[in-house]
Write a protein that binds this ligand. Sequence first.
Ligand SMILES: Nc1nc2c(ncn2[C@@H]2O[C@H](COP(=O)(O)OP(=O)(O)OP(=O)(O)O)[C@@H](O)[C@H]2O)c(=O)[nH]1
Length: 415
Amino acid sequence: MDVLKIATAGSVDDGKSTLIGRLLFETNSITTDKLEAIMASSKKKGLDYVDLSLLTDGLIAEREQGITIDVAHIYFSTPKRKFIIADTPGHFEYTRNMVTGASNANVSMILVDARNGVVEQTFRHFYISCLLRIPNVVVCVNKMDLVDYDQTTFEEIKNAFMDFAEKVRFPGQEISFIPVSSLYGENLVHQSAHMPWYNDAPLLSLLEAIPLEQHLSEEPSRFPVQYVVRPKSEEFHDYRAYAGKVASGLLRKGERVVVLPSGQETTIARIEKFGREIEAAQAKESVNVMLQDDVDISRGDMIVPLSQLPQQSRQLEATICWMDKKPLRAGSTYLLQHGVNTSRAKVSALSNLIEVVTLGADSTVSELKLNEIADVQLKTAKEVFYDSFAENRANGAFILIDEGTNSTVGVGLIK
Ligand SMILES: Nc1nc2c(ncn2[C@@H]2O[C@H](COP(=O)(O)OP(=O)(O)OP(=O)(O)O)[C@@H](O)[C@H]2O)c(=O)[nH]1
């Protein structure tokens, strides 16, 4: 069964936790003991309904204690599909979590409170969804019960959103709107009786029907080597394979390839998956690759087709989303992690600070503060073999790490 990855976003109190809780409840994804616990705490809080937001809020509390993960992943499934929701807190300063949670999402689900309409945070989340080239955006206009299920309110929000979206969306990006009430479970799994003017599918049906990305296999093929397989046993002493996950494209047996960074040419002799030979491996498949010639390969090297070589440089131009309290300044040095490779990188220039709401760009930038987005130029110590993010999501993104604290401080999308 395929898996749809959803990144959620909204401002504080838009109802994200309630929506996710309700979706889990209505798809029977909550265990009896959890449900009983939620019912008990709802009662204790004096509520006359079951507060399903307690379910995901509980996960967030667990996460905050755990410290190690920024984004909670919530799993559920229907007979048609499996779903993973990356739940990111809605607060302004947590946009960074949204960036890390959303980086390989199929869908960005953006919540809008029907009473407040489109707010700055909505623009920001949509802008980031576009930067990350998330192919589907679903805007849930929530709390429709609090605006008397009014169609005009919904249409106005939709128009305001689209006025902005038309300026930043990329070709092929799908945007849908659904009026919902998460508290009462309307238009989530079942059609709402209160909104007969809305004739499209409820949220779950829409999520079940979203096509998964097919284009990954059409991208240039990139195979980063995760480790070299050389069994110790006598019986296998000639066996040598390179294990990894195809980052993009299609890797074919018999294809002429180049090993980077060494530049040695060879041919793919055999591809194995779970010990069985296959003719080709596609994006996201984990396989062992065997080569015709004895080449020297180590972890972090990349196997690419001779006919589709990536760019190669020590100077990168990228759009950066900054995620650290300490601002980014020109001249600073970071660790740049690109796939399984790392290199030290120095910020040589900063430009075009994006004003997300007005879409203006300030060309004179001295520093980049938390949550800000701008263009940077980087000089790396090692050669980087990259594609532009627009061409190849997997090989066109990197993160910047602060060497002192070892934390991720920025996400870069290569131009
Ligand atoms: N009337 C009404 N209230 C709702 C609806 N959805 C959520 N709420 C209420 O709005 C408040 C905030 O909901 P949450 O689900 O906690 O909001 P959130 O977006 O997860 O908030 P954070 O976790 O702080 O980002 C709660 O009191 C919910 O009961 C809705 O559809 N209708």
